[in-house]
Design a protein around this ligand. Sequence first.
Ligand code: FES
Length: 108
Amino acid sequence: MSATRVCAVSDLVQDQARRVEVDGVPIALVLDAQGEVHAIGDTCTHGDISLSEGFVEGDTLECWAHGSAFSLRTGKPLNLPAYEPVPVYEVTIENGDVLIDPTAIKQA
Ligand code: FES
């Protein structure tokens, strides 16, 4: 499958996660302080919680429910109770748009 436009880079607020869905796959987008856009699976691996409702801290996204912080680069939780990683997706920026291919998983 090819990458799908999910939003414009300008739609993203730095250090605030935004939930998008591509082909039914929920994805959390984060624009970090360096201007890099990250895309990780939006569902916490500890419970059915949307990570995009959580908090961005540096290069992690923290689940609001029980505090596991997931790396935006590797998808791995840095602390319990979650211990399984979320997928990390390739992000393509084209003409100011954010494109995601949910089958292009960098890390899982
Ligand atoms: S549901 Fe996310 S840490 Fe428990």
